[in-house]
Design a protein around this ligand. Structure first.
Ligand SMILES: C[S@@+](CC[C@H](N)C(=O)[O-])C[C@H]1O[C@@H](n2cnc3c(N)ncnc32)[C@H](O)[C@@H]1O
Length: 230
């Protein structure tokens, strides 16, 4: 059995054991809290492990990579996330901190051939894995940027997405202020999605940046999705 598949099976087996023990053995409040945190930690570790891996094309992936991709998709639900963004055909979108493009092609498909997606990252090697847009998708441009400068043209974007990125920024508020300058005036919005543990810090930074929460979607398994705008 390939090591990746064995790892995924071990992970699932471990999670089932933890859940069974949680249901059968937990008697005290202390134990319930401990096993609850343990289950949450396993879920987060599974998603984080999968999310930090490159995202090769499915057609060329091995069975082990397929297993990891399925685990990641179950944890992240990218289809639900992109649908919740209500992207109009022709939208101009920035995928900030796009990494290897986990969401980039999905965004490009939602924007369609008349749209445009700019995928940025500090890591040029990750961006190289995104590849060209496919038939029916918006053109995709990749752009290597400096850590404190989004590198986006002013007044140009309908939607700027930061997915699992804001916790990596040295100064979230300053970065959000810079992103706001790249939005189409009166129309554009910044959407931030990340693990729920980062939600409070994001909201505080948005307030410092003078941005107002406009919408929040709560249908993702482990992530918040908040839209802010000037
Ligand atoms: C956890 S990955 C998220 C990738 C993708 N957005 C996703 O949702 O799976 C975080 C990415 O943010 C990038 N990153 C970190 N700091 C950044 C910054 N200041 N500007 C742009 N990208 C950054 C990292 O290089 C990495 O590719």
């Amino acid at each position: 059995m390939p090591a990746d598949r064995a790892f995924a099976r071990q992970l699932c087996g471990g999670a089932h054991v933890v859940l069974l023990r949680w249901r059968l053995d937990v008697r005290t409040r202390y134990q319930r809290g401990l096993f609850g945190w343990l289950s949450a930690a396993i879920l987060i570790a599974t998603g984080a492990f999968a999310a930090c891996r490159p995202s090769p094309a499915r057609a060329q992936s091995s069975p082990g990579q397929d297993d990891r991709a399925q685990l990641r998709d179950r944890y992240r639900r990218p289809d639900v996330l992109v649908s919740a963004l209500h992207i109009a055909p022709g939208a101009v979108i920035a995928d900030v901190g796009a990494g290897a493009g986990y969401l980039t092609h999905r965004l490009a498909a939602a924007a369609g051939p008349n749209g445009r997606v700019v995928a940025t990252d500090v890591d040029a090697a990750s961006l190289q894995q995104i590849g060209a847009s496919r038939p029916g998708e918006a053109p995709i441009v990749t752009r290597t940027v400096a850590p404190a400068d989004p590198g986006l043209e002013p007044g140009r974007y309908d939607l700027i997405l930061l997915s699992e990125v804001d916790h990596l920024l040295a100064d979230r508020a300053a970065y959000l202020r810079a992103l706001a300058r790249a939005l189409k005036p009166g129309i554009g919005r910044v959407a931030v999605s990340n693990r729920r543990v980062h939600r409070a810090a994001l909201l505080a930074a948005a307030e410092r940046a003078g941005l107002t929460p406009k919408a929040e979607y709560e249908g993702l398994p482990a992530h918040f999705l908040i839209e802010v705008a000037p």
